[in-house]
Design a protein around this ligand. Structure first.
Ligand code: MG
Length: 403
């Protein structure tokens, strides 16, 4: 008799203060369940509502083994599709079904995805600071821990270190917000790379995240100016609405390009890969709908020599990180994994978190995703209903910028 879906519910928790949404799929087989990441931290309540009110009624009673059919059905059920809220709700169920299938097969998910092509996923870490020395000291600490690739930022995305200097540039009555100065930011990045290469030479890899702060031509100019510093990659250098500019950027610079954490729709992604306009595709796996579409995307990217660099910040849950690592170790064209790291509270709430050792993250070999959630402990870390502030980012004249 088929094992079927008996219940689906969201678990919202914030062990590190960042709202996370986990979906639990309970089956008709006593004790057999799976969990998946549905974290869209900025709109977590809406995702939780969609899981309870739409995913559950749609899927209760369905055969848990039919992951592909359930994914396709969930995607078209709402008719309008490819938005961040429903993609996350679908991802929560999708990843939970892969977890369940692994438990049924007594195999880790990476084995279901083709098996390991490497033991662990090489990661990049994030070094940020108010001064160049502070960023450099963080780089040095990471290097001493064996980290080989480090993303360097001077004063946050868009260089918030310059915020103080901007007061005098604002018009009277300007809104409050996360102001930044595009010119000051661009000049600061070349200084940052100059300082790092002088201090550390070329025996460490560096990347940088523009976080879509610049106008397209400014971003092209910065990519060219950074060429002598030999970046590992140049991240999210344009907003998704400016995708056509990648063709111009590609013709202008040999700096490797990583793009995609804000993508939700396959049509945002596939032209960049098929036209070889980027080097790394770095979607947020739950934002595109889970392991099922991510594995297909990795396979498609392999055909065009584009590598994966799945988005892995603090607002990817440990369950989402586990899903990323299973993809990483089983995808030949894996490039690098962003790694935010876990604090003790996350390790306690999520037993079985992937482990970082000397610049590599290892999945565990337990069946399924190999990670669980302590639901009682999770309740001790309620999610805040406060709206995010940093996404409202303004230019010196008060104009709202892409975040
Ligand atoms: Mg980024």
């Amino acid at each position: 008799m088929a094992v079927t879906i008996k219940d689906i519910y969201p678990i919202c928790t914030a062990p590190e203060g960042i709202p996370l949404v986990i979906v639990k799929v309970v089956t008709s087989e006593p004790g057999l369940y799976g969990i998946g990441c549905a974290t869209y931290t900025q709109r977590w309540m809406t995702v939780a509502h969609a899981v309870t009110n739409y995913m559950k009624p749609l899927l209760v009673g369905k055969d848990v083994t039919r992951i592909e059919d359930i994914w396709q059905m969930s995607m078209v059920s709402a008719y309008w599709r490819n938005g961040p809220v429903l993609n996350n709700a679908i991802s929560g169920v999708d990843e939970a079904l892969w977890d369940i299938k692994g438990k049924m097969a007594n195999m880790p998910v990476y084995d279901l995805l083709g098996g390991k092509v490497r033991e662990a996923a090489r990661v990049y870490r994030h070094a940020d600071g108010r001064t160049l020395e502070e960023v450099g000291d963080k780089v040095q600490a990471f290097m001493e821990d064996g980290v080989q690739v480090i993303r360097i930022q001077h004063g946050g995305y868009g260089g918030n270190a310059y915020e103080q200097a901007l007061e005098s540039m604002r018009p009277d009555g300007a809104c409050t917000g996360a102001y930044y100065d595009p010119l000051g930011y661009q000049l600061s990045v070349t200084k940052l790379f100059d300082y790092m290469r002088n201090r550390f030479g070329f025996n460490v890899e560096f990347c940088h995240d523009v976080h879509e702060h610049l106008d397209p031509i400014e971003s092209v100019r910065l990519a060219k100016e950074l060429e002598p510093y030999r970046l590992f990659f140049y991240e999210d250098s344009l907003a998704p609405e400016q995708n056509e500019w990648f063709e111009i950027m590609r013709r202008q610079t040999h700096t490797p390009i990583a793009m995609g954490e804000l993508f939700n729709n396959p049509r945002e992604i596939t032209p960049l890969i098929a036209n070889k306009l980027i080097d790394y595709i770095r979607c947020h796996v739950s934002q595109i709908g889970g392991i099922t579409p991510a594995k297909k995307l990795a396979n498609m990217a392999e055909a065009f020599s584009v590598r994966t660099a799945w988005h892995g910040p603090g607002d990817t849950s440990p369950v989402g990180h586990a899903a990323d690592i299973h993809l990483d170790v089983s995808s030949w064209n894996f490039g690098i994994q962003e790694w935010a790291g876990f604090k003790q509270a996350s390790l306690d709430v999520f037993p079985g978190c992937p482990e970082l050792r000397k610049g590599y993250v290892y999945p565990n070999s337990n069946p399924g995703l190999g990670i669980d959630i302590d639901e009682e402990l999770a309740k001790k870390f309620p999610c805040s209903e406060k709206l995010p502030q940093w996404t409202n980012c303004r230019r010196p004249d008060g104009t709202l910028n892409r975040p």
